[in-house]
Design a protein around this ligand. Structure first.
Ligand code: SF4
Length: 418
C-alpha cells in the first residue's frame, strides 16, 4: 500500500442540513454543497449564509471538512457580490472552494486564503492544463470524468505529491463533457451550467428521417419501444470495487455525486464506500457485496465509465432510476428500554420486516415490527401519516440517532423514494 492511503478522503454531497448530518453520521470525511448563489444545482435546497456557517461549525466539531461549490460558468453579472461571498467563506473557515471559471479562481487566489479546488467542470484532461491550474494556486484538482486510470496516473505524476487528486467514484453522469452541455438550455431554457439542468438527456428520443433514401449500414442502431429510445441516457458511475486502482493512480479524495439526492441515498452510498475504503486501508477482504448494497438506493444501471473504458456507458432502454429498498424511517433518538423513537418516511405496519442501515451494524440486519406506539402511548397497526413520529419495539437491537430503517420492495421499479 502506498503512503497516500493515509490521506484518503470520502467526500459526500449534501443538499441541506439533514443530509449533512446523515453524511457525517455514516462516515464522510468531508462534505460539499453550494450556497444559494454561484454554485451549480440550482434546485437543491442549498445553504444560506447563516446555514453555511452552522454547517461549518457542525462539521468541524465532528472533524469533517467542508468544501463549497462556486462552480458556475460565470458571466459578468454573476460577479456582483461574489467577492464579498468569497471573503465570507474565508472568514468562517470553509476548507476549500470548488471553482471552474478562471475569473472566479482569480478572485479566490488574489483576495482570500481559501483553498482552491478546480471543479470537474473545468475539464482538466491533460497534465499541461493541470500544471497551469497549479500555477494559478490550485491545491486540488477534480479531474474530468472522461479520463482513464492511466491518464489520471500521468496527471498526478506531473503535478507532484502536494497536489491532491479528487475523482468522482459514484453517481449520475452527464452524457456531455463533464457537465458542459446545452441540451437543457436549448429545449427548456434552463441553464445546466448555472445548475438548472432539466436532464434532457434522460428523455426518450426518436430518429426521424425526411429522406426517401435507405438507411446507410453501419450507422448507430436504434431499437425503440412505444416511447422512443433513450440513446443519450448515461448509466451511473460505480467504482466501489476499484478503490485500489484509483488509489494507485493517485486519487486521494473519493467523491460521491448527488447533491439533489435524498438523505437515504446519502446514507447508503456513504456507508458502503466508508466500509469499502476502510476494508482497503486495513487490507481486509470485503465480506459482502457492496454493489448489491448500493442497489438498495436510487440508481441507474452501473458503469465504470471512462476509467476502464467500459464499452457500455449508456442505457438506451430505460431512463428512470431504480432501487430495491424503500426509506421507511429515520431514528430520532438512541434506543432505550427496548424501544426506538423514529420518524416515518414511507408507510409501514405491524409485522413488516425492516432492515437496519447503521454505521455500527452489519449489512442485511433484519427485524420484524412487533409493536408500534404513538406519542400518546396508544398502540398502532400502521404508520401512514407523513413524517409521523412513533416508538417501535426493538428489544435488544440498539439503534443510534440518525440510523435509518428500510424495507425491501416487492417491485424494484415502482415509486420514487421520498
Ligand atoms: S441534459 Fe444531461 S448531459 Fe446535459 S447537463 Fe443535463 S444531465 Fe448533463
Amino acid at each position: 500500500m502506498i503512503d497516500s492511503v493515509k490521506k484518503l478522503e470520502l467526500l459526500a454531497p449534501v443538499g441541506d442540513f439533514e443530509r449533512l448530518v446523515t453524511a457525517i453520521h455514516f462516515g464522510a470525511d468531508a462534505v460539499y454543497f453550494g450556497g444559494k448563489h454561484f454554485g451549480l444545482r440550482a434546485f437543491a435546497h442549498n445553504f444560506d449564509l447563516e446555514e453555511i456557517k452552522q454547517a461549518v461549525t457542525y462539521a468541524h466539531a465532528h472533524n469533517v471538512k467542508v468544501y463549497i461549490t462556486v462552480n458556475i460558468i460565470a458571466h459578468n453579472p454573476d460577479f456582483v457580490g461574489l467577492l464579498d461571498y468569497l471573503k465570507y467563506l474565508d472568514e468562517i473557515k470553509v476548507d476549500g472552494v470548488i471553482v471552474s471559471d478562471l475569473g472566479v479562481a482569480n478572485l479566490v487566489s488574489n483576495h482570500t486564503k481559501l483553498e482552491l479546488h478546480v471543479s470537474t467542470q473545468a475539464n482538466i484532461t491533460n497534465s499541461e492544463a493541470a500544471k497551469v491550474w497549479v500555477k494559478f494556486g490550485a491545491k486540488r484538482l477534480v479531474l474530468a470524468r472522461e479520463l482513464t486510470i492511466s491518464e489520471i496516473k500521468d496527471i498526478k505524476q506531473a503535478v507532484g505529491e502536494d497536489i491532491e487528486i479528487e475523482c468522482f467514484c459514484h453517481g449520475a453522469m452527464c452524457i456531455s463533457y463533464s457537465g458542459r452541455c446545452l441540451l437543457s438550455n436549448y429545449f427548456t431554457g434552463r441553464d445546466s451550467n448555472k445548475g438548472a439542468c432539466a436532464q434532457a438527456c434522460r428523455w426518450s428520443y426518436t430518429l426521424h428521417s425526411n429522406f426517401d433514401q435507405k438507411p446507410v449500414e453501419g450507422y448507430f442502431p436504434i431499437e425503440e419501444d412505444g416511447r422512443g429510445t433513450y440513446i443519450l441516457n448515461s448509466k451511473d458511475m460505480c467504482l466501489i470495487n476499484h478503490i485500489e486502482q484509483l488509489v494507485e493512480a493517485g486519487v486521494t479524495s473519493f467523491k460521491i455525486e448527488g447533491r439533489m439526492k435524498t438523505p437515504y441515498y446519502v446514507a447508503t452510498t456513504v456507508n458502503a464506500y466508508r466500509r469499502a475504503i476502510d476494508n482497503y486501508l486495513t487490507n481486509k477482504e470485503p465480506t459482502f457485496n457492496y454493489v448489491e448494497e448500493l442497489e438498495k438506493t436510487s440508481h441507474r444501471l452501473f458503469t465504470t465509465g471512462f476509467y476502464f473504458n467500459d464499452e457500455f456507458k449508456t442505457n438506451p432502454n430505460e431512463a428512470a432510476p431504480i432501487q430495491s429498498h424503500d426509506f421507511i424511517a429515520v431514528v430520532l433518538e438512541d434506543s432505550q428500554d427496548g424501544y426506538t423513537y423514529i420518524e416515518m418516511r414511507n408507510k409501514f405496519k405491524l409485522n413488516d420486516v425492516l432492515e437496519i442501515l447503521s454505521p455500527s451494524e452489519l449489512f442485511n440486519n433484519l427485524f420484524v415490527v412487533k409493536e408500534i406506539v404513538n406519542e400518546e402511548r396508544q398502540n398502532l397497526e400502521m404508520v401512514n401519516k407523513a413524517q409521523q413520529r412513533v416508538y417501535i419495539k426493538t428489544d435488544k437491537i440498539l439503534l443510534k440517532k440518525y440510523d435509518i430503517l428500510r424495507r425491501k420492495r416487492s417491485d424494484h421499479h415502482d415509486s420514487q423514494e421520498q
